[in-house]
Design a protein around this ligand. Structure first.
Ligand code: SF4
Length: 199
């Protein structure tokens, strides 16, 4: 049985890519970008083991409620390549688009013997490590200016106005607890921990 190590899921968000999307954060990243906004998602221990079938059922339910795609984030999706590619293929089968944020660059991924399966199921890849010294204030959803948006299929376009709109932050409180996603997630998390610097 294929299982995936999951840090967080938001079944419907507008803060992690075009349109309404099912967002899934993997638990575990081998990179250590200074200023990473998800430090709790870096260890490969912890998180929740979920079966592929269970996740696909949850995505199908979200699809039936109107999402247009899934977004995979980190942790590092390519450090979970087997499970991530299986999930991306299933999302495609359901008619959904696939967006992935990776700390690796596309040339690095094209050299990797394990990345091909996931790469071939991606519509939009945002690549490269997060650089806190190069904050991106112009492109929606993109953390730093060194990162590139790769349109690997013709499903989305670079000239879509969605890329120029302002970033948004979503805060949810439900029976499973508090989730914060979108930009600037780091500041919001600090706020909720009570250490947010005064504006
Ligand atoms: S690749 Fe992403 S999750 Fe990994 S350390 Fe860098 S910013 Fe954090």
């Amino acid at each position: 049985m294929t299982t995936l190590s999951i840090a967080q899921i938001v079944p419907c968000t507008e803060a992690e890519g075009p349109g309404r999307r099912f967002a899934l954060w993997f638990q575990g990243c081998p990179l250590r970008c200074p200023g990473c906004c998800n430090p709790e998602f870096l260890p490969f221990q912890g998180g929740q083991e979920r079966s592929l079938a269970d996740l696909v059922a949850e995505i199908e339910q979200a699809r039936n409620q109107g999402i247009e795609g899934i977004t995979l984030l980190g942790g590092e999706p390519f450090a979970h390549a087997a499970g991530a590619s299986a999930l991306a293929r299933e999302a495609r089968r359901l008619g959904l688009s696939v967006m992935v944020f990776s700390g690796y660059t596309l040339p690095e991924l094209r050299q990797s013997p394990t990345a091909a399966g996931l790469l071939e199921s991606i519509d939009i890849l945002v690549d490269g490590p997060y650089r806190r010294d190069l904050p991106d204030t112009k492109r929606r959803w993109i953390g730093s200016t060194n990162q590139n948006i790769h349109f690997l299929t013709d499903r989305y376009r670079a000239d879509d106005p969605c890329w120029k709109q302002r970033n948004t932050l979503e805060i949810r409180l439900d029976s499973s607890g508090l989730t914060v996603n979108g930009f600037p997630a780091l500041h919001a998390k600090e706020f909720w921990k009570g250490s947010f610097p005064h504006a």
